[in-house]
Design a protein around this ligand. Structure first.
Ligand code: F6R
Length: 612
């Protein structure tokens, strides 16, 4: 969603802001703008569409100055337009603001300010912020800090704010609640950003602002306080990944790079969490005894992370005997799930900033539940608000469509389930060793699938042009079917439905004709559902559907039925989803390529969904 970046130092701000915004492009946006402070003059430039348009504007009409704020906007209130783009200004132009999040009570604030003579130019919720700050100064706030504090107290909703004052040439200001914001620390220069990758090439250390805090950032100092004015001692963190991690490294897209990173990430997770003598360490503060007594788990997440949660439920139930439920965070937060404090809540999130997932955590905390997050981003809100975290550690995921974070989430669930089964005695140490030995084969199997990308591309190119496709799977691979369909629609814009294969006869069978690609996940292992999948495939065949199977290497039965087959190596039933989904990621990838879409930044999508 929206991206925020800010700079103060001795270099020209505009190119630094544009570079930071480019690095945030992956979050999704539809317009962009910057404001630069030079002496006591603030100059803004805004443009609709890609950043290149703003760059063109800046080339024709440059702005000078060594402090500034920038923004990429993902429209919520008001269409993408120059006037709605950030930064927004106070009536007299003395204050400029960029904002990520939503000000929920903006309508009433706008009415109140309009009655006092403030003129609003845009349709945005954000514009009330500079006007409120201006009004606070008129009403007697003695400093910009006090004016910001008074303003923050009036705002309902979520925000990460970057603020410039014409009267304060040596500072940029920022504040956060609900939306992430970091302060990057350089040598005699400092930065603000909504996300580390925006400034990863410029900093090694950062301060993660907490909810309810604001900061005065100067070139050589950072002062933090709460909105009540209580000073806060900043905690400085080393940034744990390198700038190259947020670069394309010779791949044509970030998504393709991230697909290729999966074997390495999965191996690294196994190395980190499994000792040579087969002990699993989940790196969590929750003690074994907690898991021994546990009798209910609730997994909450959105999108791809929800599919990971569905897999987690199946595996945990299978291996630990604990009752597990999974829900979409956006539904969970509005139902009455009868949760007691003994329930463990597992939020799953790549970004750690998804608004609904966060809201679910907060609700569950009020009920007294423990929270164990599966998350990828250190310092993110999910991480900070959870009692314990299982990090997926896959580095920044830049492609909007999640790939490596998904397989890492599946691996996290595999390791976590085996750990819990071990401490509860559901599995013997020997059984766990056997599972782990099989899990160790998964990274190579994933690598093998990636090596088949040319074959997968050829299959994609045969089937990408139809209006729709159907993905079918059962049991552990029902979530794989949903995830494959999600990947396809997200990046290729071909409508795709994921279905539990057993449900096909209850409706989607009506769709089947010779134009409909039906992707059947039918890997052959000891699994009881293999035969059932074959029957479903026969039903598709009988109606002339175009069958694309994901099948186990050497399966000759399937070759009699399927027009196209993505063969994958045999791995244990429970772990097939980690391997199978990679074939579907590539299938979607090459369909998108054939359809000419913007793969890393699909239309309308945002990488981290920080609003409801
Ligand atoms: C799909 C995708 C989204 C996210 C969802 C949750 O490819 O990336 O569906 O999975 O928005 O995001 P996180 O995991 O950041 O909470």
């Amino acid at each position: 969603m929206c991206g925020v970046v800010g700079y103060i130092g001795s270099k020209e701000a505009a190119p630094i802001l544009i570079d930071g915004l480019q690095r945030l492009e992956y979050r999704g946006y539809d317009s962009a703008g910057i404001a630069v402070l030079n002496g006591s003059k603030i100059t803004s430039r805004k443009e609709v569409g890609r950043l290149a348009n703003l760059e063109k504007m800046l080339a024709a009409d440059p702005v000078k100055g060594t402090r500034g704020i920038g923004h990429t906007r993902w429209a919520t209130h008001g269409a993408p337009s120059q006037i709605n783009s950030h930064p927004h200004s106070s009536s007299d132009g003395s204050i400029a603001v960029v904002h990520n999040g939503i000000i929920e009570n903006y309508a009433e604030l706008r009415d109140e300010l309009s009655a006092k003579g403030h003129k609003f130019l845009s349709e945005t919720d954000t514009e009330v912020v500079p006007h409120l700050i201006e009004q606070s100064l008129k009403d007697g706030a003695k400093s910009p800090v006090e004016a910001i504090q008074r303003t923050l107290k009036r705002l309902r909703g979520a925000y990460a704010l970057g603020i410039l004052f014409r009267t304060e040439p040596d500072a940029i200001y920022c504040a956060r609640k609900g939306s992430p914001l970091i302060i990057g620390l350089g040598e005699k220069e400092n930065f603000i950003a909504s996300d580390v990758p925006a400034i990863i090439n410029r900093i090694k250390k950062a301060i993660y602002l907490n909810d309810g805090e604001m900061a005065v950032v100067r070139a050589d100092s950072v002062e933090i306080c709460t909105m009540e004015g209580v000073a806060v001692t900043p905690v400085i963190k080393e940034i744990s990944f390198k700038a190259e991690a947020a670069e394309c490294a010779g791949f044509e897209t970030f998504m393709l790079k991230e697909i290729h990173e999966q074997p390495r990430i999965l191996r690294a997770m196994l190395e980190k969490h499994v000792s040579a003598d087969g002990k699993i360490d989940i790196g969590s503060d929750l003690k074994p005894d907690y898991f021994r007594k546990l009798n209910r788990i609730m997994i909450v997440s959105c999108g791809t992370a929800y599919h990971a949660g569905m897999y987690g439920k199946l595996l945990l139930e299978n291996l630990t005997g604990i009752a597990v439920e999974t829900d979409l965070a956006s539904e969970f937060r509005y139902r009455d799930p009868k949760i007691d404090p003994g329930t463990l809540i597992i939020p799953v999130s790549q970004s750690g900033e998804t608004a609904d997932t966060l809201a679910s955590i907060r609700m569950a905390k009020e009920w007294g539940c423990k929270i164990l997050a599966i998350c990828n981003v250190e310092g993110s809100s999910v991480v900070r608000e959870s009692d314990a975290v299982f990090f997926t550690n896959c580095g920044p995921e830049i492609g909007v469509a999640s790939t490596k974070a998904y397989t890492a989430q599946l691996m996290a669930f595999a390791l976590f389930s085996l750990y819990v089964a071990g401490v509860r005695g559901n599995l013997t140490p020997e059984q766990i060793k056997s599972y782990l030995a099989d899990l160790q084969e998964v990274p190579d199997a994933v690598h093998y699938v990636i090596q088949k990308k040319d074959e997968i591309q050829a299959i994609s190119e045969k089937h990408h042009d139809g209006p729709s496709s159907l993905y079918l799977g059962r049991k552990f691979n029902y979530p794989t079917a949903l995830e494959g369909a999600l990947k396809n629609k997200e990046i290729s814009y071909q409508h795709a439905e994921g279905y539990a294969a057993g449900e096909m006869k209850h409706g989607p069978i009506a769709l089947i004709n010779d134009a409909l690609p039906v992707i059947c996940i039918c890997t052959k292992t000891s699994d009881e559902v293999y035969e059932k999948m074959l029957s479903n495939i026969k039903e598709v065949e009988a109606r002339s559907g175009r069958i694309i199977a994901v099948a186990t290497e050497g399966d000759t039965e399937i070759a009699k039925l399927a027009g196209d087959i993505i063969y994958v190596p045999e791995v244990r039933d429970e772990f097939t989803p980690i391997v199978n989904v990679v074939g579907l990621q590539l299938l979607a990838y090459y369909a998108a390529r054939a359809r000419g879409t913007d793969i890393d930044k699909p239309r309308n999508l945002a990488k981290s969904v920080t609003v409801e």
